[in-house]
Design a protein around this ligand. Structure first.
Ligand code: WT7
Length: 687
């Protein structure tokens, strides 16, 4: 088993971290923090928020409830799981987890069905309530779907799956944009106990086929085409290419999202027709709490994406509870999470969290700038959105457009402004709070991951008196016990500390395996620091115990809030016939957060121009991964800084990419130290 070398790990300080570190050291920042902490008082628990704990008289404040969640997780999660979800059969044990071994089991022996919890149980009282607002590409063309209508779609679709031989435990790949049929497809899988694997519809055919093959999915659900940002995207063409490379696929359901005929192949089944021929009632399957609900692929530091697997009972409990309390959601409000369902944010806060709470959720399927830079704010006005949840990269892009794009629309409906995916910089935070929210809404920076299932660090606004400091997720959610560890694996204590962000105690939203590779699961998350879940991120703890994320500590990039392994990009470019070797690093980018910087060594005999090869390399990344995986900067180089044992010293490449070559540290262990100056000279020529 590969063991991670921690000191190397911790010494990696990338661009964004360096900037943050500088900021943390400034006097005015420290003073501002101290001023806040001196007024930090315990705040009373909102009695309507947690009726489950009314009978516990020794709970006086929010901090007491947080303590209870850590000290008596059985009581805390047991009560919430029972009261917030409908179980077909009660569980007998709340958890059986072992953080030293990566063993994860929640709500043992309980039986539950996700679609019943998301839809059926709301029907009697709220059947006519709007479940989904489909915000289509053209402003003003939105469609409203009630819980009753969603129920019929889900029942017919699950019956269709059954009629075509899909059974419990089968993996179903969903390659659809954010739309009612996509939500129905996810829930239809859960109704019959099939495992959904949603693949972001912006991924290439090759990325799709890699995920289909890894999951050995026999079924694909897709659409003919979609329109995004005014452009038509031929989804089915990508699926055809992917299916041609995926012999495991037995059937492809094709939905007509756009009214246009397309060529159908042997395995293709027109979805509307199949649904209209199926019964509108499908009996839900009671699933074991620890069965797989879904898997979702995410990038690791090596080439192959990981199929992160979540279970029914634990995930659903955590999605339901975090949705309600992180956003302080009140009945009847409109929740606008603008993420795509292809990411975990879409799973937890477009689909599961909102529907488990009987909420009205927005399915946003346009871009932030179509038809112009006012689109988000026009949508807020038109749909009367109460909670907005988006990514810092979108905020940075839109703030550049100027305030008038925001102020010309009525944003008085907004109550909470959330964001996720990457560190939120001060400028974006202030703009979100002051311009977008006119200082009337809380800005909530939330930290979490595909693997954590739901939000783990959040300013916790169900706690109305709690202060919110700029640009940090601040506090652990209930049940989350964050720990900072140093290179030796020792806990870093105190209120001004930096370390690897780990979690000490199990929580219900935690992933339970990587599909088909449990060893990799343990190696990645539970072996680097024995007894803890390791997030891969670094964090700083401020006085008052408030957390700020400093960025990834491994070879994972965060480009516009999307995770990308440097190894993934290198693997693709290595396949170009002119390329001998590649090394990819991140660098600070003012909109994307992190940009992609690629160093390329060409084969000796190559005669093509750099320009031509650069273009081909970008195309290759786009066609084999996704658009956002294209390098921003390509530098051709005669060599790479390698140690005598052949390991690339990425630290040097990162510093060159960041234009920060004053202190390169010790380079004496390099096989050929002279290459460093050559790399610096070439960098200066292209920048
Ligand atoms: C990685 C997880 C979870 C939804 C979106 C991304 C980074 C996430 C924050 C934040 C700083 C953040 C981390 C994390 N990240 N939220 N508030 N501040 N960084 O999910 O694709 O699994 O990526 O996103 O680096 O590890 P994901």
């Amino acid at each position: 088993m590969a063991t991670l070398k921690l000191p190397v790990f911790l010494s990696k300080v990338r661009g964004p971290n360096a900037t943050l570190q500088k900021l943390l050291q400034t006097k005015s920042f420290k003073n501002a923090l101290h001023k806040h902490f001196s007024s930090k008082n315990a705040t009373p628990i909102s009695t309507t928020a947690f009726p489950e704990f009314d009978s516990l008289t020794n709970l006086n404040c929010h901090e007491d409830l947080y303590k209870l969640s850590l000290e008596r997780p059985e009581l805390f999660w047991g009560k919430l799981a029972r009261s917030r979800l409908k179980w077909e059969k009660d569980f007998h044990t709340v958890q059986d987890c072992d953080m030293t071994q990566g063993k994860v089991n929640w709500f043992l022996d309980g039986k539950i069905n996700a679609s019943v919890n998301c839809i059926d149980r709301h029907l009697v009282k709220y059947g006519d309530r709007i479940a989904l607002i489909w915000e289509k590409d053209e402003p003003g063309s939105q469609e409203y779907i009630t819980y009753k209508q969603l129920s019929e779609m889900v029942n017919r679709l699950s019956q269709t799956l059954l009629n075509h031989g899909v059974i419990r435990g089968d993996r179903v790949a969903i390659y659809l944009p954010c739309s009612p049929i996509a939500v129905a497809a996810m829930l239809a899988c859960t109704r019959i106990g099939a495992i959904h694997s949603v693949v972001f519809a912006g991924f290439s055919a090759e990325a799709l086929s890699g995920r289909i093959l890894d999951a050995q999915a026999e079924t694909v659900i897709t659409a003919n085409e979609e329109i995004r940002g005014g452009k038509t995207i031929n989804l089915k063409k990508h699926v055809d290419e992917a299916v041609a490379k995926s012999p495991c696929v037995k059937r492809v359901f094709v939905y007509k999202l756009i009214d246009r005929e397309i060529k159908m192949n042997k395995l293709d089944i027109p979805l509307e027709k199949a649904m209209s021929e199926s019964s509108s009632k499908c009996q839900p399957t009671a699933m074991d709490s620890n069965d797989c609900l879904f898997m979702l692929y995410t990038s690791g530091s090596t080439g192959k994406p990981k199929g992160v697997a979540h279970s029914h009972g634990g995930y659903l409990t955590y999605a339901a509870v975090t949705f309600k309390h992180v956003f302080d959601y009140n009945e009847g409000e409109i929740f606008g999470c603008l993420a795509d369902i292809g990411w975990i944010t879409g799973h937890s806060y477009v689909v599961y969290g909102p529907l488990l709470n009987g909420a009205t959720t927005v399915l946003y399927s346009s871009t932030p700038t179509y038809p112009d830079q006012g689109r988000y704010w026009e949508t807020v006005e038109r749909l009367k959105i109460n909670h907005l949840y988006t990514a810092p990269t979108a905020l940075r892009l839109l703030l550049k457009a100027g305030d008038s794009w925001v102020t010309k629309y009525d944003r008085s409906s907004l109550r909470k402004l959330g964001c996720v995916g990457e560190p939120l910089n001060h400028e974006a935070f202030e703009w979100y709070r002051d311009v977008v929210g006119e200082n009337k809404s809380d800005v909530i920076d939330t930290w979490w991951q595909t693997e954590t299932g739901g939000i783990c660090l959040t300013p916790r606004p169900s706690n109305p008196g709690a202060e919110i400091l700029p640009a940090m997720p601040m506090r652990p959610f209930f049940g989350i016990d964050p720990v900072l560890l140093d290179a030796e694996g020792k806990e870093v204590v105190g209120d001004d500390a930096t370390g690897a962000l780990c979690i000490r105690k199990p929580w219900p939203g935690m992933a339970y395996t990587i599909y088909g590779d449990h060893n990799r699961f343990i190696e990645t998350y539970y072996q680097p620091f024995k007894g803890f879940y390791f997030s891969g991120d670094g964090a700083h703890r401020h006085p008052g115990g408030y957390y700020q994320i400093t960025g990834r500590m491994d070879d994972v990039l965060n480009v516009s809030g999307h995770r990308l392994g440097t190894g993934e990009i290198e693997n693709v470019m290595d396949d170009h016939p002119a390329v001998a070797e590649t090394a990819v690093v991140g660098f600070e980018h003012d909109i994307k957060g992190e940009g992609i910087y690629a160093y390329i060594i060409l084969k000796d005999e190559v005669t093509d121009t750099f320009e031509k090869i650069s273009k081909e390399l970008r195309e290759l990344c786009k066609s084999r991964l996704a658009s956002y995986a294209q390098p921003d900067i390509i530098q051709f180089t005669p060599g790479l800084p390698k140690t005598r044992s052949g390991k690339i010293m990425r630290r040097i490449l990162r510093k060159v990419a960041a234009n920060n070559t004053d202190d390169l540290g010790d380079i004496s262990t390099l096989a050929d130290p002279s290459i460093v100056q050559e790399i610096i000279n070439n960098h200066q020529k292209i920048i």
